[in-house]
Write a protein that binds this ligand. Structure first.
Ligand code: ADP
Length: 168
């Protein structure tokens, strides 16, 4: 069935964003061109095995700073199944970025599970831009831990906070 043109098309873009990188910003800004409204949904779950370096509030602040120029993007946190969160906010799509082959395998599994739970919510994948194909939050944290320069990979404030939180 074609989409109902009388209501806005809302998508959620979920992730840990610990912290947001230029690769995330690239996906968010490209997705914001496709949907009427894009909600960047930050995982705030204590059930996760690996705890985040930055608290949810600070991660949200970094994303708000990095996406302020995009008028139809807002940031929120969630701690339920992403399909339940998507339904709650009236979203019909989940947007994800795909980097290397390893992302594909994980995303394929998540896709099957999410469709099993909610076949009315479609997942949409945007390919990483080549310059960000190997950029991840964990990689950035690793570089920062050893005092490496991350200024090309994250925003200025994030780079400053990474240095403060991690540099040995
Ligand atoms: P990470 O894997 O960097 O910790 P997240 O868990 O926050 O990232 O991922 C949120 C979403 O952003 C995922 O769909 C992930 O594949 C995507 N993503 C992360 N980094 C990039 C990038 N450099 N280019 C494209 N998509 C990315």
């Amino acid at each position: 069935m074609p989409p109902d043109s009388s209501r806005p098309h809302i998508a959620v873009c979920p992730g840990s964003y610990d912290p947001i990188t230029k690769g995330h910003v690239d996906i968010i800004s490209r997705a914001s061109e496709i949907f009427d409204e894009l909600i960047v949904a930050v995982v705030n779950a204590s059930v996760r095995k690996n705890s985040a370096l930055f608290g949810a509030e600070e991660r949200v602040g970094f994303i708000e700073d990095a996406t302020r120029h995009l008028g139809n993007v807002r940031v929120d946190t969630f701690d339920v199944l992403i399909v339940d969160y998507a339904r709650k906010v009236g979203a019909t799509a989940i947007v994800k970025g795909l980097r290397a082959i390893s992302d594909f395998e994980y995303e394929l599994e998540m896709n099957q599970l999410n469709r099993h739970l909610a076949d009315d919510i479609e997942s949409v994948y945007l390919m990483a831009s080549p310059q960000y194909s190997f950029l991840s939050s964990s990689g950035v944290k690793e570089i920062a831990t050893f005092g490496g320069d991350v200024s090309d990979l994250v925003g200025d404030e994030v780079a400053r906070r990474l240095k403060e939180a991690l540099a040995r």
